[in-house]
Design a protein around this ligand. Structure first.
Ligand code: DGL
Length: 259
């Protein structure tokens, strides 16, 4: 029985899509979420900047006694998770674009990846793509401008729809049948994506897989919280609390914190 919190961080509010999966699968677990919205987007920063921000977030979560850290950001995972794992003792769970299931199941031999520049240019992403993309076309699209709009609370705005139309067109032209979402913010675009993509295109999001992995690692390390006490799920943002609170539908405690 371990009541220490799970620590979760992202460049902003996108990682709440991962939190929701974790909370659904592990409802007893306490958690602390850091939305580093002040420094969003991470996607256009250098690898070293992304590592430095990930260190800052990790050290804050460790100072709060977290037992495991979820890097709920593809950009931070692909650029910084190996550094974090080699530096700190707690287990780290990251998230990467799920290329494998798309590449294995495509019938049109063309798949699309929508992610940030930081993710698409990382060594880890290149290694995974090289491993699975044999004989298929991988259309990589930088989701330029999407994260800032989501951070402004404009998930389903006309501006977002126009931007998405632009980003999706090269993939539609290439006749993709799978779209891999490579950014935790993009999960919130699901309704618009379903509207804009041809019906046969399947969308792959790895949130649930990440939550299952967290459960397995906690179990393996005997870190699961088996008490029946109502958990405490805290959210901290270093910008205003409104958008974070909205995306959580007002169900959790959201506080401003200068970190
Ligand atoms: N949620 C982050 C990700 O999964 C967004 C990156 C950014 O801030 O650009 O990549």
């Amino acid at each position: 029985m371990n009541t220490q919190p799970i620590g979760i961080f992202d460049s902003g509010i996108g990682g709440t899509s991962i939190f929701k999966e974790i909370h659904a699968l592990l409802p007893n677990e306490n958690s602390i979420y850091l939305a580093d919205s002040k420094h969003a987007p991470y996607g256009n920063k250098s690898k070293q900047e992304i590592i430095n921000l990930s260190i800052k977030n990790t050290e804050h979560l460790l100072s709060q006694n977290c037992k495991l850290i979820v890097v709920a950001c593809n950009t931070a995972t692909t650029n910084a998770v190996s550094y974090l794992r080699s530096t700190y003792d707690v287990p780290f769970i990251g998230i990467e674009p799920a290329i494998k299931p798309a590449a294995l199941n495509t019938k049109t031999n063309a798949i699309g990846i929508l992610a940030t520049k930081g993710t698409l240019s990382s060594d880890l992403f290149h290694r995974t793509t090289d491993l699975y993309s044999n004989g298929i076309k991988v259309i990589e699209q930088i989701g330029e401008g999407i994260v800032p709009l989501i951070e402004e609370g404009k998930v389903s705005s006309n501006e977002m729809k126009a931007l998405l139309r632009l980003h999706l067109q090269p993939m539609i032209d290439a006749n993709i049948d799978y779209l891999v979402l490579g950014c935790t913010h993009y999960t919130y675009l699901m309704p618009l994506l379903l509207e804009l993509l041809p019906q046969h295109v399947k969308i792959i999001d790895s949130g649930l897989a990440v939550a299952k992995q967290i459960k397995a690692i906690l179990n393996q390390n005997q870190l699961l919280n088996s008490t029946n006490k109502t958990p405490e799920n805290l959210f901290h943002t270093n910008t205003n609390t409104i958008v974070l609170n909205d995306i959580l539908e007002g169900k959790f405690k959201v506080k401003y914190l200068d970190f």
